[in-house]
Design a protein around this ligand. Structure first.
Ligand code: FES
Length: 107
């Protein structure tokens, strides 16, 4: 059993998740930031339903970037279209949590 702490900014809410029970909700990759956010009633937009076809789930990783799954080519391509893109940007529906992370949801 691997438990991880995920903090969402700017609301500054930290949730603890158990990797062995992924998926937690029904959108995005199992154990993704979107999956975790929805399971805890945290607002993270997901216009395409978590299928890497929009950029509304864009988040900026503030801590623990290495604790997220590696970025795949489809995420990289889609992310290029995100407003306010940074080198720490990820798509919430594609980035799977494998350790403690802090992410910010851009306004
Ligand atoms: S919800 Fe559309 S790309 Fe993540």
């Amino acid at each position: 059993m691997a438990r991880h702490r995920v903090t969402f900014l700017p609301m500054n809410v930290t949730v603890e998740v158990d990797e062995s029970v992924y998926p937690l909700a029904d959108r995005g990759k199992p154990g993704s930031l979107l999956d975790i956010a929805l399971a805890h009633d945290l607002g993270l937009e997901h216009n395409c339903g978590g299928s890497c076809a929009c950029t509304t789930c864009h988040v900026v990783v503030r801590e623990g970037q290495a604790n997220l799954s590696d970025m795949q080519a489809d995420e990289e391509d889609r992310l290029d279209m995100a407003e306010g893109l940074t080198i720490h940007s990820r798509l919430g529906c594609q980035a799977v949590v494998r350790g403690d992370v802090v992410v910010e949801i851009p306004r």
